[in-house]
Design a protein around this ligand. Structure first.
Ligand code: 9MR
Length: 340
């Protein structure tokens, strides 16, 4: 019987997927390099998917809830707090000996209308302090770090016109950090942002803000750079920007890494993506105060990218069939493991 080259290719791919188990997880390899973790997102959606859960358990050590800790999931109506889903995630982490990055306390998205409608300083201050106090307080000692404020800047470096900035000006930022610090003095407190991956007014604004917060001794410990990257576009500049963020002496973390490819995806683009994942991983390894890298998803099937940016696809380390992509092997290679 003659076997076609396509069938042979498929057979080899299956064999590869089955036999290729790296001795160590991404998380263990990252720790062996002196970092704190290799992380990912988890939430009630991924926990309902056995393939994803298995990979999360075996490969990653730090987890960011993708949605269940956002404001309108926890306090949709004023004063009524619902922790069912966030508790599930935190309990899962504890049961599996994993850590949590809490995400996110003050963000212009996913806030209920009643918050958006507030117009006076005193009320909004109370509302922010109460929300943060309740959420951070509930998980005190169980959350390694919090993204206290998220995405406060426009691309041109001005402050985003959120209810928080409209009513309180920049003061909402130190206010949020101090409320979080009061509720859990041991949690690492981060400002988190996207598009800090290339030079320009946004990263300049971030550097200025950090300097101003540091001069006022605000309890801020880290900068999260999301790094939702576009292949062939926003990757090469990452190492230099990461160094710049790290020059603040704060902790730096890559918090939401994915590298999207322009459709149609082909082997050449996937090979480029592998090099880009290597570059980003190496960039963190080479900076002392870069504490870790978190992916924003496991399988390309579950990424936020195709639904939000439909001209792009395939941003993660596992393909839609939960097979390791060449990019996965690239990351393992940089971390000193056997590149399968
Ligand atoms: O991946 C998240 C998606 O499932 C949610 O619908 C969306 C709104 O809550 O948030 C996505 O995650 C975002 C993160 O919280 C902040 N940075 C950008 C992420 C991708 O949009």
């Amino acid at each position: 019987m003659k076997i076609s080259s396509t069938a042979l290719g498929a057979l080899c791919a299956i064999r590869l997927a089955v036999t290729e188990t790296s001795a160590e997880s991404l998380n263990a390899m990252m720790k062996a390099k002196g970092k704190l973790y290799f992380g990912n997102i988890v939430d009630t959606n991924t926990l309902a998917e056995p393939n994803a859960t298995e990979i999360l358990k075996t490969e990653f050590g730090m987890f960011t809830p993708e949605y269940s800790m956002k404001w309108n999931f926890i306090q949709a109506s004023q004063g009524k707090f619902t922790f069912d889903n966030s508790d599930k995630v935190v309990d899962w982490a504890r049961k599996n000996d994993k850590q949590i990055r809490g995400h996110t306390l003050v963000w212009h998205q996913n806030i209920p209308d009643w918050v958006d409608a507030i117009t006076d300083k005193a009320s909004l201050t109370k509302v922010i302090e109460n929300h943060i106090g309740k959420v951070v307080g509930r998980y005190r000692g169980r959350v390694y770090a919090w993204d206290v404020v998220n995405e406060v800047f426009n691309e041109n470096g001005t402050f985003r016109n959120s209810v928080f900035h409209r009513v309180l000006g920049q003061d909402f930022i130190p206010l949020a950090f101090e409320a979080a610090h009061k509720a859990d003095p041991n949690a690492r407190l981060y400002i988190n942002e996207y598009n800090l991956d290339f030079p320009g007014p946004k990263i300049d604004a971030m550097m200025n803000l950090i300097q101003s917060l540091q001069s006022k001794n605000v309890s801020i410990h880290g900068i999260g750079t999301q790094s939702h990257l576009t292949s062939n576009k926003t990757v090469d500049t990452v190492p230099a920007q990461l160094k710049r963020l790290a020059s603040t002496k704060l902790d730096v973390a890559i918090t939401e890494l994915d590298i999207r490819l322009k459709r149609p995806v082909d082997d050449e683009k996937l090979a480029k993506q592998k090099q880009e994942y290597e570059l980003v991983t190496r960039a963190c390894l080479e900076i002392n105060n870069c504490v870790g890298v978190s992916m924003w998803g496991v399988s390309d099937k579950d990424s936020w990218i195709p639904s939000t940016l439909p001209e792009f696809d395939a941003p993660l380390l596992w393909n839609k069939k939960f097979e390791r992509k060449v990019a996965y092997k690239g990351v393992v290679g940089v971390l000193g493991g056997e590149p399968g």
